[in-house]
Structures are given as structure tokens and as C-alpha cells.
Design a binder for this molecule. Sequence first.
Ligand SMILES: C[S@@+](CC[C@H](N)C(=O)[O-])C[C@H]1O[C@@H](n2cnc3c(N)ncnc32)[C@H](O)[C@@H]1O
Length: 226
Amino acid sequence: MKSKERIFHITARLEPTDIFADIGCDHGLMTKYMLDNNLCRRAYITDISEKSLQKAVTLLAPYVKEGKCIPVVGDGLAVVPEPCDFVLIAGLGGEAILNMIEDAYMPPRFLFQPMTRAYRLREYLLENGANLELDYTFSEGLPRKYYDIILGTGYGGDRYSALDILFGRDNLNGRFPHPFLEKAQEELDYVNMRLSRRLPSKLSLHHYQHRREELMEAIHAVKKSL
Ligand SMILES: C[S@@+](CC[C@H](N)C(=O)[O-])C[C@H]1O[C@@H](n2cnc3c(N)ncnc32)[C@H](O)[C@@H]1O
């Protein structure tokens, strides 16, 4: 999970703020970037695993000593003892991220990098009044790995189409088309391969046919935007 390219991509989207939180920080590299570059006054690092948090505490020892970085062991955003201006949650599932917000509050500004079910997170954010400024897929390595990134504000009341929710608006509108096109085409090839074989049930046939329609619609939307 500690892949350099992914971390580099995420840190490039971090920005100056007052109180920063890195939830599920593990290694603590993202917070190190914030503190080394003087991008926040105070940073909270949290992890549900004491052992994981300890890695970040060791990495950030001088900042912890001076009180600029505050480690908290525990579940989600709710364990941070003061409201944060910018919340980073990366490398966790989309549903885990939305549960953390639900249990705490909608951050004024956030950067999320969900590993799964990004559509569930988008849906939740939009239903709860957020504005998504950047919402796209990036890739790294060979064989390719794909990641979603969502940067926005907890207010502003954005509107998405159903397809934007499923796949990420900036993948479809021509802003960041290429990694997504590659990812969607890979999945479409897989779905077509499954459909060409004997499927175990009518349910799975329906599932793959439906997914093929969604993917073809998304690929068409991206190509139209180029
Ligand atoms: C895959 S790592 C991601 C680390 C780092 N955020 C990154 O993107 O490279 C996920 C981390 O989240 C922590 N974690 C999982 N569930 C959590 C929760 N409910 N609250 C806080 N941390 C959690 C895990 O212990 C682990 O250290």
C-alpha cells in the first residue's frame, strides 16, 4: 500500500490549511509532507492500529515532540479532539470513509482516496451538500493499478448525473480522460470475456450485461468529450 507514485500523487493535491488530519495515517508520509512544507499549523495523525500509528510517530518524532503533530489511536475522524479544516483519508474503502464522516462531521475541506466503492462515497457526499472540485482516476505501475481521488468542500451543493456518480465526473468530462479510459476498457474486456463463457446463473448474466451497458456508456461519454 505504501507505493511511492500513489503517495506522490496524493501529496501533490494537498494544500495549505490550519488544522489538518490524516485519518488511517499508517506510515505518516502524507503528514510529513504537510509539516515539512509548513502547510498547516497543527496536524492530527490517527490510526485504529497502535502499531501502524507508531510508524508515523517515529517518522514525525520532532513534530510530535514540539506539539505540532498529535497522534491519536482510534476509529475514524470522531477520535480527533477538535474540528479540522482539511481532512485526508486515503487507502481505505469508500464505505469506510463515508461511515467515518457520518460518525463525525462533514469536513470543510477534504481529500479522499477510496480504494473501493468510490460511487457510494460520491453519492453520500453529494446527498450531504458537498462540492466535488476534483474527482478522477489516476494510475501507476505495470500491470496498472488505478485509484480514485476526490477533492472538495463539505458545502456548496454540487449536482452530478447518475453516470458521474458511478465513474467520477472528471473522468467523463475530458479533464482527466486517459487513465479512466484504460481502466474502463480493461473492465469491459473482462466483462465481455465473462459474457462469452457459460455463466453460473441468470443473475450473473444480468449483472454482466448491465455492467457492460454502464461501461459502454461511460467510454462513449469520455470519447465524446475529447
Ligand atoms: C492501507 S493503509 C493506508 C495508509 C495511508 N493512509 C495511505 O494512503 O498510504 C490503511 C490504514 O488505515 C488504518 N485503518 C483502518 N480502519 C481504520 C479506522 N476505522 N480508523 C482509523 N484507521 C483505520 C489501518 O490500520 C491502516 O494503517
